[in-house]
Design a protein around this ligand. Structure first.
Ligand code: NAD
Length: 282
């Protein structure tokens, strides 16, 4: 079976560099998709309260008959629950929906700097409680810009183990990646294939043809060689398999640089800008 490399977080936990993302997977389809991924060999699942499919993630892991301890499970605090008491209640619900007594990693999903009086520090201190009581083995953030990370560093005690941010060849997000590298924060690249938008790019298809691999494999391999953690999403078993087969080939340094040069800066984002995003789901 393919050996997926792991990355050691500052907490000492080892996170598989390749996982399976379940954003936009229908709650009724989630257990089946997660079981398919685990049957193929994935041992890392990325969900969130916002995706409304945590129960399916827990069910899929149990259905696959894999030991809980052998799967790295991440979930995230939803935007409406940043105040400490709400965060505590939401985290209890995350564990109850998953049907587990701990998560491997729990993240603040968005910094929401224009809400809650800009106070994501008290939210972070609440996640520190979950880490201390062992119910979150590691804690981290998502969509934090460098100035958000600097505020955390100045005003709180724990450095996030990860920052989960948008990264793909059209939005390489180098400034945030560089800050994270300097401060020992592992980077998780969300929408790693830009939800499919980079797959028809002539540079991607040229490199894929030369490598005898699919465009998705080439882009995911680019992330792996840059050292970021990825969890592509699909509900199609053949694609779930394809996205897993990244470890029997290597891109040249020239290929990696060519893919990196596709960056379009801010225009390349597929998702919202974290400095202004203020969405609270119903
Ligand atoms: P993605 O880049 O993984 O693209 C997924 C889409 O690409 C699929 O819906 C499918 O249409 C297509 N696809 C997948 N594999 C393919 C293949 N081999 N060939 C052709 N097309 C293929 O996008 P994503 O789901 O947005 O991101 C992945 C994961 O990142 C999510 O599931 C979620 O876990 C996480 N995420 C986090 C945030 C955040 O704010 N923290 C935001 C978005 C996504």
């Amino acid at each position: 079976m393919t050996e997926v490399p792991t990355i050691e977080l500052t907490t000492g936990a080892h996170i598989p560099q390749l996982g399976f993302g379940v954003y936009q997977i229908d709650p009724d389809e989630t257990a089946g998709a997660v079981k398919t991924a685990l049957d193929i060999g994935y041992r890392h699942i990325d969900t969130a309260e916002m995706y409304q499919n945590e129960a399916g993630v827990g069910q899929g892991i149990r259905d696959a008959g894999v030991d809980r301890a052998d799967v790295f499970v991440t979930s995230k605090l939803n935007n409406g629950f940043h105040e400490p008491d709400a965060a505590r209640k939401a985290f209890d619900e995350t564990l109850s929906k998953l049907g587990f007594d701990y998560v491997d990693l729990f993240l603040i999903h968005w910094p929401l700097p224009t809400l809650y009086g800009g106070d994501f520090m008290s939210t972070w201190k609440t996640l520190e409680e979950f880490r201390r009581d062992g119910r979150a083995r590691s804690i981290g953030v998502s969509n934090f810009q460098t100035h958000h990370l600097e505020r955390l560093a100045n005003e709180t005690d724990t450095v996030p183990a990860v920052n989960q941010i948008e990264v793909h060849p059209y939005f390489t997000n180098e400034e945030v990646r560089a800050y994270c590298a300097e401060h020992d924060i592992a980077v998780e690249a969300w929408s790693p294939i830009a939800q499919g938008k980079v797959l028809d790019d002539p540079v991607v298809t040229k490199i894929a043809e030369a490598a005898g691999k699919s465009p998705a494999q080439v882009v995911l391999r680019w992330h792996v060689q840059r050292g970021d953690i990825v969890f592509p999403k699909s509900v199609t078993p053949s694609r779930i398999q394809e996205n897993y087969d990244l470890f029997d080939f290597e891109l040249s340094e020239h290929d990696v640089d060519e893919l990196t040069s596709l960056d379009k800066g801010e225009e390349g984002r597929t998702g919202p800008n974290p400095d202004t995003f203020d969405y609270i789901p119903d």
